[in-house]
Design a protein around this ligand. Structure first.
Ligand SMILES: [Zn+2]
Length: 90
């Protein structure tokens, strides 16, 4: 089961960092949280459908703990990864 945690400090368990400063952070950051999430969602589902390397990378998130420090537990881009990987949330 892929899970997402929002702690401000890194989790003590093994995890993949998808927060600010990571290559897997949301590249859309100029709009409102809702707009940024919407743009990311569109970008993500398009890219993952044709970019096989990207799809493989996202596949490597499966059954891992993802950590995002964005502080927005309602509009985090990490939820798009969870949605893609199968709707598990923590
Ligand atoms: Zn986040």
């Amino acid at each position: 089961m892929t899970t997402l945690t929002f702690s401000q400090k890194p989790p003590t368990q093994p995890h993949i960092f998808i927060g600010k400063g990571s290559r897997d952070y949301n590249p859309f950051c100029v709009g409102t949280a809702e707009e940024n999430l919407g743009r990311f969602r569109k970008y993500f589902f398009e890219r993952v459908s044709f970019d096989r390397e990207y799809a493989k990378r996202i596949e490597s998130f499966r059954n891992k703990l993802l950590w995002c420090n964005c502080g927005n537990v309602v509009m985090c881009h990490g939820m798009v990864y969870l949605e893609y990987l199968g709707k598990d949330k923590s």
